[in-house]
Design a protein around this ligand. Structure first.
Ligand SMILES: *[C@@H]1O[C@H](CO)[C@@H](O)[C@H](O)[C@H]1NC(C)=O
Length: 149
């Protein structure tokens, strides 16, 4: 679930892009995003990001996949997956961008930033406190107790 949907109930086509990115990273790694306990990373997105920024992306790969496709293509797929799970919906590609990124090696890929949910301190919590629109309101009802004089 994308952060804007999980935290704010906002759903858009970019939320689907987010879900696709999670699915793509699950397929590439052969691991599920939920119930992911490995190293110090919080989840699969955090784990993928930690490896990616250390230029160790190929360590994410499901060993079974490495025989089917050249490493530079698999690294491209991880790059696309990470772009799909960016914290801000505006930083995620559209689905048609994704199709051309996956299908055409000549398409230049932007560098991903840290994905959503990968770091509780810098990711989720400030987002809740600063950017969350008011989906609940304070109930301003007052009660007056009448007293006879
Ligand atoms: C692949 O991408 C390049 C660069 O964006 C573009 O010039 C080319 O037409 C694309 N090829 C296909 C088959 O879409």
């Amino acid at each position: 679930m994308s952060p804007e949907y999980a935290l704010e109930g906002l759903f858009s086509t970019k939320s689907d892009v987010f879900s696709f990115g999670v699915l793509l990273l699950e397929i590439l790694s052969g691991k599920k995003n939920t119930g992911f306990y490995q190293t110090d990373s919080l989840n699969l997105l955090g784990y993928a990001w930690d490896l990616w920024k250390d230029s160790r992306g190929q360590e994410l790969m499901d060993p079974g996949l490495e025989e089917t496709l050249p490493t530079h293509i698999l690294l491209r797929y991880i790059n696309v997956g990470l772009l799909c799970v960016q914290e801000s919906a505006d930083d995620r590609p559209t689905m048609s961008d994704v199709v051309s990124m996956l299908g055409n090696e000549s398409v230049r890929l932007p560098s991903p930033k840290q994905p959503a949910f990968s770091n509780l301190r810098s990711g989720v919590e400030p987002h809740i406190s600063q950017n969350r629109p008011q989906i609940c309101s304070l109930n301003g009802v007052t009660l007056s107790v009448m007293e006879a004089r």
